[in-house]
Design a protein around this ligand. Structure first.
Ligand SMILES: [Zn+2]
Length: 135
């Protein structure tokens, strides 16, 4: 059975936070959702702008990162989704502090389980996105 929502949010993620993320991140999430829909997989966002202690960058609090659950994904699904995103929206990806490489999607585990971290580059500064827009 096909999922009928373009994405779902984990219980702790505020639906109003979808309005506080950067527009380019919204576009990337659209591509994630589109790919998931076409591959019969759920698109479940587990984190938007809230911090967790393990975070090493400010991408989430700045409204330019989202975490997507890979529950139900096979290893091939994960690499296929990441390749798809690199092809379609790789130019929107954030640059890594450690190696300078631009990546829009990273599969990793920072202590809360494996997931795909989606991130966009630090453009559009001056707008009120992420934590700043909550006040
Ligand atoms: Zn993340």
């Amino acid at each position: 059975m096909r999922p009928d929502l373009w994405l779902t949010l984990k219980e702790n993620v505020l639906v109003t936070d979808l309005q506080m993320i950067r527009p380019d991140l919204f576009i990337v999430l659209g591509y994630v959702s589109w790919w998931c829909f076409n591959n019969n997989l759920p698109c479940r966002v587990t984190s938007l702008i809230d911090d967790v202690p393990q975070r090493v960058t400010a991408t989430h609090s700045e409204g330019r990162a989202a975490d997507v659950s890979t529950r139900g994904f096979g290893p091939k699904d994960i690499t296929n989704l990441i390749s798809f995103l690199e092809e379609k929206v790789g130019h929107m990806g954030a640059f890594s502090k450690s190696d300078g490489k631009q990546r829009v999607a990273i599969y990793h585990n920072v202590g809360l389980g494996h997931h795909i971290h989606i991130q966009v580059k630090r453009d559009l500064d001056g707008g009120f996105y992420g934590k700043e827009s909550r006040h």
